[in-house]
Every structure is written in structure tokens, then in C-alpha cells.
Design a protein around this ligand. Structure first.
Ligand SMILES: [Ca+2]
Ligand SMILES: [Ca+2]
Ligand SMILES: [Ca+2]
Ligand SMILES: [Ca+2]
Length: 261
């Protein structure tokens, strides 16, 4: 075989290797895209629902009757027994309302590691990008101990998920929430403006879709940390969807005194 033929063979070999490499990269990219698509924005969707509730720490099924509702086991990555929670979501013309019940075995208002005891942290994916913990994303905390409601935001430092109250980041505290023990469940109720005007809050309009993830941090009766449990999952791409309803409902606010039950 002459030198010329060798050159042609080498060029063919190079082109084949290049084609295989490009194919492999494309295959891996498609797999990566599909895996992200499967985990982000799961089918844990909450449809548009209109309503408003009295925030007294009692998730009364009647007042939340119009809400989009799901009952589910929490994702407990530590291996502790998963709690079962029911989440109710609806909105008025001005506010998002969320109600949650969970079968924690006690309502703990003070903890060693959790100063406000049992707490739900709700992380929002403001722009529905499929990623949590973008700087300034909205974060709401509703806890057993005082102050029961905190309107926060992602600070991003020292770790991506670190958050702080809006008032410490130059924003305003917007919303309200109350938690209490009702029967053998912990109940949490809150509201937050759909569009407060604060840059540390989301701004949502009818038909908008926003992503969110719940995290429940359980304090035990002795104040020790119990477990951290999640919905729809514990990954940063585990995000449920919420569609904002077109609801011409005005709000009325009835703030009942907090009564520990
Ligand atoms: Ca209520
Ligand atoms: Ca705010
Ligand atoms: Ca906020
Ligand atoms: Ca507890």
C-alpha cells in the first residue's frame, strides 16, 4: 500500500473517530437533559385554585375546600420514618395561601438546633427555571415557635441554600402565618402576596407557574434534631409546580390570637 493510500485510510479513521465522539457527546447530552427533565418539575402539580382562609393555625377542610390539595409521604433521605403531609394551595386576587398538616408526633416550639422548633421551609423557584437557590429567590418559613412566620430570600453565601429574612437584605416582611397542634397533627397556615413589589419576593400573575419545594425540619420533644424531610424530593431539582389562578377575590384578614393546643 502506498503512502497516499495510508493517508486516505488515516483520514477516514480520523473522520470515523470524530463522528463517534460527536455521537457520544450528543447521546450523553440527551441523557443528561432527560434526567434533569424527569427530576425537575415533577408531576406533583398544583392547579389554579381560588380561595382565602382564616389564618388561625387550624387547617379547616371547609375553608380550604376550594384549594388544590395533595396528600403524600415526605421524602426522608436520612432513613427516618417519613411523615405524611397534606398540602393545600389556593390564591385570592392578591395573596397566595398555603395550608399544611403533618403527622409529626409532637409540636415542638423550641429546639437546640432549631430555635423555632418544628419548621416548614418553602423554597420557591421564582422564574420556574428548574433550579432552586438562585440568589434572591423567595423563601418562606412557618414554624411552631415564635415568630411563626418569616419572609426570607436566598442569600447564597456561605452555601448555596443559605437564606435570611428579607428585612436583613433591604426588603420588607410580607405575609403572615400561624401554626398549632390540632388533634394528632401539626397544622401550618400562611399567606404571602402574589406580587408585593419587594425585589426579594416573587411577582406572580394569573396563569403564571412557579416552582417550589417543601422541607420539614423536625425538632423532637427534648429539643434534639429529628430529621429533615422533603416534598417532592430532597434534590435541588426536586421541584413541584404551582399554577396561579385568575381569582378576583379581595382578602379580608382576621388575625386570631395564637392559642397553643
Ligand atoms: Ca384556618
Ligand atoms: Ca418580602
Ligand atoms: Ca421574600
Ligand atoms: Ca416535632
Amino acid at each position: 500500500m502506498g503512502i497516499r493510500m495510508w493517508k486516505i485510510h488515516l483520514i477516514r479513521l480520523f473522520i470515523c473517530a470524530l463522528a463517534i465522539l460527536i455521537g457520544y457527546i450528543a447521546f450523553i447530552s440527551i441523557l443528561d437533559y432527560l434526567s434533569k427533565d424527569a427530576s425537575a418539575h415533577t408531576d406533583a402539580g398544583f392547579g389554579p385554585a381560588c380561595g382565602r382562609a382564616t389564618l388561625d393555625g387550624n387547617v379547616d377542610p371547609e375553608e380550604w375546600g376550594g384549594a388544590s390539595t395533595q396528600t403524600f409521604p415526605m421524602d426522608s433521605p436520612s432513613g427516618k420514618e417519613p411523615f405524611t403531609a397534606t398540602l393545600y394551595i389556593m390564591n385570592s386576587g392578591n395573596n397566595l395561601y398555603m395550608g399544611i398538616t403533618i403527622n409529626d408526633d409532637e409540636f415542638t416550639p423550641v429546639g437546640t438546633w432549631l430555635p423555632q422548633g418544628d419548621v416548614f421551609r418553602i423554597d420557591f423557584d421564582n422564574d420556574h427555571s428548574g433550579a432552586l437557590f438562585t440568589i434572591q429567590d423567595d423563601v418562606l418559613d412557618i414554624s411552631a415557635g415564635l415568630p411563626q412566620f418569616q419572609d426570607g430570600f436566598i442569600k447564597g453565601s456561605p452555601v448555596p441554600s443559605s437564606s435570611g429574612p428579607d428585612v436583613e437584605g433591604g426588603g420588607t416582611s410580607d405575609g403572615f402565618g400561624v401554626a398549632s397542634r390540632v388533634g394528632d397533627l401539626n397544622h401550618f397556615e400562611l399567606r404571602h402576596p402574589l406580587c408585593s413589589g419587594d425585589s426579594l419576593d416573587f411577582c406572580l400573575h394569573p396563569t403564571d407557574i412557579v416552582g417550589f419545594r417543601l422541607e420539614y425540619l423536625d425538632a423532637e420533644a427534648n429539643g434534639q434534631f429529628g430529621s429533615s424531610q422533603f416534598f417532592p424530593g430532597h434534590y435541588e431539582t426536586s421541584i413541584a409546580d404551582l399554577v396561579i389562578g385568575n381569582c378576583p377575590l379581595a382578602d379580608w384578614f382576621v388575625h386570631l390570637p395564637f392559642i397553643q393546643k
